[in-house]
Design a binder for this molecule. Structure first.
Ligand code: SAM
Length: 281
């Protein structure tokens, strides 16, 4: 494992470096909303903007309800989704970025430049450059000074074996009200992932999938949002209100817990809203 915590004096150096490297230099500083609106789609990466908007909304809710902790991502690539999380984090939050930075080439420098360009507070950035399968929960907590996470986006290795490892590790480092966001569930290229999650959560009955953020397209594929059962209804209520236009009117029928489905698919949501009676809560 290797990693570093970047001092704030690193910012000025980064800003000098921004002569077109990585993302387009942004007006300074950026809010999460400005990043999502103006820069998200042009940032190299895969996660949908809709899923990032959902994540940001959940982070704001947590902050308003004293659910504290670090925010982070496994599989940051060049920062597309991580930057949204970091910009939406609270001033004291550590922002954890884990990646082996080997795909499609060494993109560590691009990741750092993009974070700096978009106004991420580099003093709060904690990077772990490693293959996650070499990491244990204790390694993450050690880098965070013992602080647990309130939001972790898991978007690293896409085999069932690596996901099982990452999910097990994630559940160990979450705050009680923490949320694990699992990428590329139900993606046609990775049919084993959702099965692995189902099996793993069956052995962890305290955790449930409370929401599926539907895929924007085949690449920006669906995400599962996982939290402790005790928090699931309040997070669902929040998202049902915040994304009322995007709520599929029937739940995802997990045996353990009915999950909210959010989708931007205009063929799906309005069509079904007319045809399916919304069940009473
Ligand atoms: C699909 S990309 C992530 C995309 C990014 N989250 C986004 O939304 O743009 C997957 C990333 O995970 C990294 N990765 C894959 N397997 C990994 C592993 N076992 N440990 C650490 N990083 C890994 C890859 O190098 C790559 O940067």
């Amino acid at each position: 494992m290797s990693g570093q915590r970047i001092g704030s004096d690193f910012l000025s150096g980064l800003r000098r470096l921004l002569g077109g490297a990585g993302a387009t230099a942004a007006e300074w500083p950026l809010t999460d909303a400005e990043y999502l609106e103006r820069h998200y789609e042009s940032m190299p990466g895969f996660s949908s903007r809709f899923s990032a908007e959902v994540a940001v909304r959940l982070l704001k809710y947590q902050q308003a309800h004293d659910i504290a902790g670090a925010v982070g991502e496994i599989g940051v690539l060049m920062g597309r989704s991580f930057i949204a999380l970091a910009l939406a984090s609270a001033p004291g939050d550590a922002c954890l970025a884990i990646d082996d930075f080997t795909w499609p080439e060494d993109v560590f420098d691009k990741f750092m430049v993009n974070c700096g360009a978009m106004g991420v507070d580099m003093a709060r950035l904690v990077t772990i450059r490693a293959n996650t399968t070499t990491l244990a929960a204790g390694d993450i907590l050690a880098r965070l000074g013992g602080v647990k996470l309130r939001f972790l986006h898991v978007d690293g290795g896409h085999t069932a074996e690596v996901l099982r490892h990452d999910l097990a590790m994630a559940l160990q480092v979450m705050e009680p009200g923490g949320i694990v966001c699992l990428d590329d569930m139900l993606h046609a290229q990775y049919p084993e992932l959702a099965i692995a999650v189902r099996d793993q959560l069956a052995a962890e009955p305290d955790f449930v999938v409370f929401c599926i953020v539907d895929r924007a397209d085949l690449i920006a594929a669906a995400k599962y949002l996982v939290c402790r059962r005790a928090y699931a209804v309040r997070y669902q209520d929040l998202l049902r209100d915040a994304f009322a236009e995007d709520v599929f009117p029937a739940p995802a029928e997990f045996a353990a817990f009915p999950a909210l489905i959010l989708s931007k698919d205009a063929r799906l949501v309005p069509h079904y809203r007319d045809k399916i009676e919304i069940p009473a809560a």
